[in-house]
Ligand binder design. Structure first.
Ligand SMILES: C[S@@+](CC[C@H](N)C(=O)[O-])C[C@H]1O[C@@H](n2cnc3c(N)ncnc32)[C@H](O)[C@@H]1O
Length: 318
């Protein structure tokens, strides 16, 4: 009997991808074909390029059931990064699992702004006693470690892996799962394990050592924005990582208050904010007499998304 049975046709890679992409489109997946490829490559334990090179290859029953199990989770609207167990952030591939926020592309820009501020701070502080431990760089709400580990990675690029970092990285989170995640992701990226501390924002920080800077992507989603979140986020991502009180500003206000003593030492502060929060942030800065050292910086689309405070710079604005 010539030809192929329906079963064998539908277990070929090209056909599986087409069918899965259609199903993923029906749940509103952002890039259904790409996601189908990611899931299938993971089920086959092969790089994505294998799929393009072998469109007519058939799956074994074991491969097929692995793929269907992954696809089923994604069709329940579990975010693709949780299904895959990893997320890309700048040069890092970070493990992510429920309980840890999936790092977002917009946060990558915060790292650029923070790195520039850290370089300016380093120039100011250099000349100090090099036998003393370096100043702390603190990431409040460290999550998967996306921001802090990226800063450590930039530092490794700057000074090479042989030299130690000039700053001491410290990751803080309210919850234990993100702290474990950051520690594991440091190992995965072959970076030294940063100091990790469970704390309600900065409240447990007591240090005589200077602080170079404070970084944060805090929870800043307002009550009304929470109600409008897609199922994928609302149902699966930790609300502690998202909800920032009625106007989304609670965490930002607390951080500004708790950071006040460190501003007096010249520490910089670099913090992500919501796209509609610039006015509220400016008010909060004004109330604390911080606006003269502050900038609200845009993302690539021109939206104000990062507040940067640099108290050891000459006042930036009248
Ligand atoms: C928006 S997520 C940011 C995660 C990660 N830094 C990133 O950019 O992907 C906010 C993080 O703040 C943590 N968090 C929430 N409330 C906190 C608090 N009161 N003190 C410390 N961390 C807190 C959450 O657990 C979560 O990991």
């Amino acid at each position: 009997m010539g030809g192929l049975s329906n079963d064998s046709v539908s277990s070929r890679i090209a056909r599986i991808l087409t069918d899965a992409a259609e199903q993923l489109a029906s749940i509103g997946a952002g890039n259904p074909r790409f996601e189908a490829e990611l899931l299938l490559a993971q089920a086959l334990d092969k790089p994505r390029v294998y799929l393009f090179a072998h469109p007519r290859a058939e799956l074994t029953p074991a491969e097929n059931s692995r793929f269907l199990a992954l696809l089923e989770r994604r069709l329940e609207s579990v975010p693709i990064q949780y299904v895959m167990g990893s997320a890309q952030f700048r040069d890092l591939e970070l493990n992510v699992a429920p309980g840890v926020l999936i790092p977002r592309p917009e946060t990558e820009l915060l790292v650029d702004y923070a790195w520039q501020a850290l370089e300016r701070r380093r120039e100011k502080l250099q000349g100090g006693d090099s036998s003393m431990p370096g100043p702390w760089l603190i990431d409040v709400g460290v999550g998967s470690g996306a921001i802090l580990l990226s800063m450590m990675q930039e530092e490794r690029k700057r000074c090479g892996s042989s030299e130690g970092s000039w700053f001491q990285p410290l990751g803080i989170d309210l919850l234990p799962t993100p702290l474990t995640s950051t520690g594991n992701n440091a190992g995965k990226a072959r970076l030294p394990r940063p100091a990790l501390m469970r704390s309600d924002f900065l409240s447990a920080v007591t240090t005589d050592a200077p602080i170079a800077g404070i970084l944060s992507n805090p929870p800043y989603v307002s009550a009304s924005e929470m109600e409008a979140l897609p199922v994928e986020i609302y149902e699966y991502e930790p609300h502690e990582a998202l909800f920032g009180g009625v106007d989304g500003m609670s965490a930002i206000r607390i951080l500004l208050d708790q950071a006040a003593p460190y501003f007096q030492q010249g520490a910089f502060f670099c913090c992500e904010i919501g796209g509609a929060q610039a006015e509220l942030v400016r008010e909060a800065l004004d109330e604390r007499n911080l606006w003269k050292w502050s900038q609200i910086l845009p993302d690539l689309a021109g939206k104000p998304r990062v507040v940067l405070i640099e108290p050891d710079r000459d006042p930036l604005l009248p």
